[in-house]
Design a protein around this ligand. Sequence first.
Ligand code: ADP
Length: 804
Amino acid sequence: MADNQELKQRTYPLLALRGMLIFPHMVTPLEVGRERSIKALEEAMSQNKQIVLAAQIEASVVDPQPEDIYEYGTLCEVKQLLKLPEGQIRVLVEGLARIKVQSYVENEGYLKASVLIIEEDYDDGLEVQALRRSVLQRFEDYVRISKKIPAEVLSSINSIDDPHRFADTVAGQLQLTVEERQPLLEAVSIKLRFERILHLIIKELDLLELEKKIQQRVRKQMERTQREFYLREQMKAIQTELGDRDDRVSEVEDYKKKLKNAKLPKEAKAKVVHELHRFERMPPMAAEAVVVRNYLDWMLVLPWSKTTKDRLDIDQAEEVLEADHYGLEKVKQRILEYLAVRQLSKELKGPILCLVGPPGVGKTSLARSIANTLDRKFARLSLGGVRDEAEIRGHRRTYVGALPGRIIQALKTAGSKNPVILLDEVDKLTSDFRGDPTSALLEVLDPEQNNTFSDHFLEVPFDLSQVMFLTTANVLHSIPGPLRDRMEIIEIPGYTELEKLEIAKRHLWEKQIKAHGLHLDQINISDNTFLKIINDYTREAGVRSLERQLAGICRKVATEIVRGAQLPIRLSVLSLSKYLGAVRYQHQVVEPEDRIGVATGLAYTSFGGEILTIEVTIIKGKGKLTLTGKLGDVMQESAQAAMSYIRSRANQLSIDPDFHEKYDIHIHVPEGAVPKDGPSAGITIATALTSALSGRAVRKEIAMTGEITLRGRVLPIGGLKEKLLAAHRAGITHILIPSQNEKDLEEIPENVRRKLRIDFVDHMDAVLAWALIPKAAKSDQEELYFIPTEDVSNQTHSPWMEEQ
Ligand code: ADP
């Protein structure tokens, strides 16, 4: 091919290119720094701006010699030349033609070569055309795939007609190394050049393809690592779950073990198995799982079949009861009978014992003793304020935080199926819209029904038939009727001063001494001191407050001992105030003098016996009857009955028969904060009324109790012992009680009875005869006219209290 070319030979300055090569028709910027290169450039500029550019074989050679430079190069024209500050020169060159160096001429520090300018051949054969088309196609692919060449380049290349120019422009666009470019430069024949270009593009395309594959692979790899990461994370989560699952498995195993040991009745067992099955499949954190867990815990902890063996030895039982409690003979006797009968007949479903009495008389501790004597477990549940059936029978499981009822809870506490369960304060049960707890309680206490007691929470029946239920109440009359019918009432009245003394000496004192880490011989305390505490620092039917006072003393004594006080410490009547402060209660509470319109009654409240002052005031008016002092319905009715009785007897009592039309009557019972009820104040109200209306004073030392009928008959009352003890405590010496209560007198301790004058009455006439001072004796009192108020009550002629 070279033979066909017209060869021209000329000499040009030569500039060795490092790492690059310029094709003809290319316009390329160059930066020139080497001294020899600059000189060559300067030489070129001084001539016709033409210079030969040829690539170095090794780019790293700094001072290339002819053998370091390729033979083929490009003749270029310097289009622009710009001198940069650091002696560098930037030039813009355009390739003009291929050259082949023929020889080198060393010239004043730069290379100069004699070159042969290669003329381009002209071949427009089909093969060349086909090649051109292939090159173009491939180049298009290349542009598309590599994304390194702007699309405009493609269209400008497309418009080049000259195949040489076309080939060189394409070659110039390809990302090639000098080693790859050089053969293209050297391929003088267009066909060869196209072939080489095609080859290179295809190679490039393969490379790109490969690159893409690699990229994809890398991406995949990346994705895989990411996926792996995700999977690992998931796996961790799953493992945690699995761990949980392990926990769950062991939890379920645990339940199964418990189930085996719990010896549940068939129905309950089936229920637990069912729930356990459900539980196994639930996600551990599901709300439902919590509910089921709670249920299983309850079911498996209850004493379905755990019982304790009863100790039914009567002698031993008596010993325990005696040791624990002073007095209470009747109660102890009754308990022993109960135990005896149980011993003979295991099947006995006797009535429930109900201990009724004021607070602090030992009801709870008696119940505990009963459990002790029987060697049974003990649990106590207070019914005070229970107004919801669900408290007895439990809440349905679907409620959040649902629990079984108190009975089942008590069984859990007791831990046996046959404990003694004390239902405290049955008289404080109330019922409202939430359901009646009484009926639920009735089922609990009914021996016919309670072997299948159903608790809403458990959903399966629990057998309560072996439980020994005991109940307590403060007052009898507020125990719901149906409940009272089921129970055998044992009343524990309050204690007398001497009984309290014994209880304090034998039980409470020792108990407190021990509780405070003291020894009996560290303190000397006399009976009189105890009595002073009982009388001056407490006023109660039981011994609760007494026990508290003793505890107070023990605390103070303990402090003294720790501070190094000399032992034993003497607690005398005189030194008592040092430990308990000033005297709390004055002994004498009777009215200081005989008064008109004021009578003293005796009441029985939930705190034991109390004396009750009833005051009556009469004001001119229209017959209005006002009752104040928190009086209950029954007491109000008593007042009405008393009024009617007096009206019917007005003449005999020398009372104006029309008093009910002319005067307003106000009956007041002080200490208004304490609710008072019951019929036993009837005769006292009638007495105060008669006194006020007739102007006859009431004897101050008399107190009375009894229900009144419209005809004036006096009916018996309850709680006589408490009432008499209260009267005794208050310093009253003369008591009127209904004749029908005479039989109850034997309960009254001898020492109390001896100090009281007790008269029996069965009609109001007798009451008035005892209580009212005859008018003659108070001659300065004018008939009917008086004012029962402090400041004027001593006036001789008391005018009526006028309405303002
Ligand atoms: P209640 O249940 O009747 O309100 P508690 O059983 O709580 O009364 O009794 C209060 C305290 O008095 C207890 O420490 C109890 O042991 C004691 N106690 C009550 N009565 C007696 C008694 N007769 N003998 C010994 N201690 C008694």
